[in-house]
Design a protein around this ligand. Structure first.
Ligand code: SF4
Length: 255
């Protein structure tokens, strides 16, 4: 079989992916799982504190009380933060600067939420919704860069039609395209080319890792794919979406 799996898909059983490898999901899916993540994490720490609390008192008598207060503050702050993210997304206006939103703690929230979603077998759908929310928040910043300052990163698994489409768009807007076969290579290309913005294409699983590693340092828009023939081969993408992003980012783009 001419298929080399990315390590994110190591556990794939060889059967067709559900819904033809299209993991589209409404943003509410992410927000519901993110809220559940905050509740589960708080409950887990509370249980731990309940169990070890009596021992901690012997070390320093107010310690347990201090930790309970800290947990309550942290849970309240997490709930408030999630509320601000949801209000920003649904309200159509980012209520926090990017360092505190899509290029800040939101990236961790996405990753913790993904961990919980795996336990429910909903990983790809939740990640898709999380990435959609991320893109909407990032796109609203209205960032513009020069042609040579934008980098398009694509994976090795695109179908011929998708690859031709990407190359055509990149050629028309005169932006460089790199095939990043592994996350490590993508990071090296970014280090060497020093772009001021990146449009990256990947499956949800790979995109989550990429955003976690890069989005904090560099503005990124992440285009997810459909995998009609299973992971890591013949991936399809929304070329119109890609063109909208490239056009929007490149200030003096030719039409
Ligand atoms: S981006 Fe493509 S090659 Fe990379 S892990 Fe995802 S499906 Fe596989």
């Amino acid at each position: 079989m001419d298929r080399r799996l990315g390590h994110e898909w190591d556990e794939w059983n060889g059967r067709p992916l559900p819904r033809g490898g299209d993991f589209s999901a409404v943003p509410g899916v992410f927000f519901r799982f993110a809220a559940l993540t905050v509740v589960v994490a708080t409950a887990a720490v509370a249980l731990l504190l309940y169990l070890v609390g009596p021992r901690l008192v012997t070390l320093w008598s107010p310690l347990t009380r201090v930790l309970w207060i800290a947990l309550a503050v942290l849970a309240g702050a997490s709930a408030l933060y999630l509320g601000l993210v949801a209000s920003s997304y649904y309200g159509g206006r980012n209520l926090l600067p990017e360092r505190l939103l899509e290029r800040g703690p939101y990236l961790q929230l996405m990753n913790f939420t993904s961990l919980l979603a795996r336990a429910f077998g909903k990983r790809d759908y939740v990640e898709h919704a999380a990435i959609d929310v991320y893109n909407s928040l990032a796109e609203r910043r209205g960032r513009k860069v020069g042609k040579g300052e934008l980098l398009v990163l694509i994976p090795r698994c695109l179908s011929k039609q998708a690859l031709d489409g990407v190359l055509e768009i990149a050629g028309r807007y005169e932006v460089p395209v790199f095939v990043a076969t592994r996350g490590q290579l993508a990071r090296r290309v970014i280090r060497e080319r020093r772009p001021r913005a990146v449009v990256a294409v990947a499956c949800e699983r790979d995109m989550m890792t990429g955003l976690r590693d890069v989005a904090g340092k560099l503005p990124v828009l992440g285009l997810t794919m459909q995998l009609p023939n299973g992971p890591c081969r013949d991936a399809a993408i929304d070329l119109e979406q890609m063109e909208r992003w490239v056009q929007g980012l490149v200030a003096d783009a030719k039409r």
